[in-house]
Ligand binder design. Structure first.
Ligand code: SF4
Length: 307
């Protein structure tokens, strides 16, 4: 079986910068990571072993860390939250990705122009919560189906940085169609690494019979890569590590594609690649592979191994 890698995949520069920053911390016990540094359990377990504390993502904005230093993740926080933390005497180690900052600037800019702001993204996602945290007149839109008439003179639209172009396009069309009397302004805040990964996937899909996507279970961009493949009729399997590969998935495959979300470590991708290369076309058994039946045969377009 041939394994074809996407031309762009894996860790983005924003996450790499955050990882470099934590690697340089001398006394991890003095630092609380404000949520998940990346949506990658291997990384998070490694941080815990080094002594970093972690505040649960759902408690951001409510609890105050007990350590003197707080590490803001690449997903960023709102200015009001920043002020709350600093007001409590905490010092911030800020690894907010510059492209997330750009999205914050776009949101504030649209607001200052008098727009009612729509953020295309996932409601509970920490980046989105940060984006709307400073906006009194804003709401989150997850899909075109949610779009309504907002009865606003001006509507400003931006996106979570990891949104897919297809989603953004469909929501924008719906906003325009359902608000014919409004002026609609759009700032494209999808980040370049996300777009490069999506475009690389577009080139990869016609070449393969199935797709393996490496990345964290909570990683939105990982999920979207798999969903893109599914929407185009290519079975897609999301895994966090090579041990989650299942022998039955590739029985009729001549070529399998490999891609990864922005939270996947290089070594994990390489491990998965090596494991796939060892896979015979039918009924392979490779040490470390799970062999139980998951009900995720070739007829399934999408599987959540281990879920
Ligand atoms: S996915 Fe994009 S916005 Fe998010 S950390 Fe990576 S480069 Fe930055």
């Amino acid at each position: 079986m041939e394994v074809i890698r996407a031309e762009a995949m894996g860790l983005c520069f924003g996450v790499r910068q955050a990882l470099e920053c934590v690697a340089a911390v001398g006394d991890p016990t003095a630092v609380t990571v404000y949520g998940e540094l990346v949506h990658n359990e291997t990384v998070n377990r490694g941080l815990a072993r080094r002594g970093f504390r972690r505040l649960d993502e759902q408690r951001r904005g409510q609890a105050l860390p007990e350590t003197p230093l707080v590490l803001i993740t690449a997903h960023g926080i709102s200015d009001s939250e920043r002020a709350r933390l600093c007001g409590a005497g905490l010092r911030l180690v800020d690894t907010t990705c510059p492209l997330v900052r750009r999205a914050h600037d776009a949101a504030l800019g649209l607001q200052s122009e008098g727009c009612y702001v729509l953020v295309i993204g996932r409601r509970g996602h920490v980046e989105v919560q940060g984006l709307i945290g400073d906006l009194p007149r804003a709401e989150v839109v997850e899909s075109a189906a949610e779009v309504r008439c907002y009865h606003q003179e001006k509507i400003g639209v931006l996106c979570q940085t990891t949104s897919s172009d297809a989603l953004v396009r469909s929501v924008l069309e719906a906003v325009t169609a359902r608000n014919p009397g409004s002026e609609v302004r759009f700032v494209d805040t999808v980040c370049r690494p996300t777009r490069e990964r999506q475009q690389a996937l577009d080139r990869l899909l016609p070449l393969v019979d199935a797709l393996v996507v490496v990345g964290g279970r909570n990683s939105r961009n990982t999920r979207e890569l798999a969903e893109s493949a599914r929407a185009r009729g290519v079975p897609a399997y999301r895994i966090e590590c090579a041990a989650e590969l299942h022998p039955g998935w590739f029985q009729d495959c001549r070529a399998v594609g490999l891609t990864a979300g922005t939270s996947a470590l290089d070594e994990t991708i390489e491990e998965v690649h090596r494991a796939l290369l060892q896979a015979p076309v039918a009924g392979f058994q490779v040490p470390g592979f799970r062999t139980e039946v998951l009900g995720t045969g070739p007829g399934n377009l999408y599987a959540e191994p281990g879920a």
